[in-house]
Design a protein around this ligand. Structure first.
Ligand code: SAM
Length: 213
């Protein structure tokens, strides 16, 4: 998803530094200090316009949420929702998720969400996929031992690639759905912007995977 630059984005981000971080390395090992309460930390990488993370934070006050997004304009749009929500358990991080192990300590995170990640369909771009082995190396470092990666997508090719990659990595699967919206797992499902748009056009795939049993 490329979004045209919005001239207000930079200033809006600057004006709301209480909700957004753009120097994440400074918070390594100290992310709990960004929040009122010390509680589990859940991270979404590629959070887009923020619908999922805002709703999750509203429904789960017992968890601290961090939304990571690389595009300035996109995160500024998400930040508008975050500021309006005034939730004490939600923060945004403007950075590239590829550096996740440089700005989280080992085992600092309790869950990683990947929602409708860019598919990068060309083979030569495979290492940019958020479920590629290089990303898994970093996730393994920063996730707690028994913590999951929760992955949803409408893209069958990316889903197949991810399942194979997780499996080759020796990961364990919990939930695995090839049609989430017509499954028993919808009860606690929180939709993302992309999910809302694409669930009318075909199945949504979901997997929860762990590095350790
Ligand atoms: N998760 C949202 C949803 O489901 O509606 C947005 C999906 S959109 C297809 C993918 C988002 O991931 C884009 O906003 C993109 O900028 C972001 N993204 C892609 N690679 C990223 C990376 N390495 N680090 C952080 N964000 C990334």
């Amino acid at each position: 998803m490329r979004v045209r630059n919005k001239p207000w984005a930079k200033d809006f981000i600057k004006d709301h530094s209480e909700y957004i971080v753009d120097n994440p390395e400074q918070w390594k090992g100290k992310w709990s200090n960004r929040f009122n309460k010390k509680q589990p930390i859940h991270v979404e990488i590629g959070t887009g316009k923020g619908q999922f993370i805002v709703e999750m934070a509203r429904e789960h006050p017992e968890i601290n949420f961090l939304g990571i997004e690389i595009q300035e304009t996109v995160i500024a749009i998400a930040l508008k929702k975050v500021v309006a929500s005034e939730l004490p358990n939600l923060q945004m991080v403007h950075t590239d998720g590829a550096g996740i192990d440089t700005f989280f300590d080992e085992h600092e995170i309790d869950t990683i969400y990947l929602n409708f990640s860019d598919p990068w369909p060309k083979k030569r771009h495979a290492k940019r996929r958020l479920t590629s082995p290089k990303f898994l190396d970093s996730y393994k470092k920063v996730l707690k031992k028994d913590a999951p990666i929760v992955f949803k997508t409408d893209n069958r090719g990316l889903f197949e690639y991810s399942i194979i990659t997780f499996n080759n990595y020796g990961m364990y699967f919990d939930l695995l759905s090839l049609d989430l919206h017509n499954s028993e797992y919808m009860e606690d499902n929180i939709e993302t912007e992309y999910e809302h748009k694409f669930s009318a056009k075909g199945p949504i795939y979901k997997v929860i995977a762990y590095f350790n049993k």
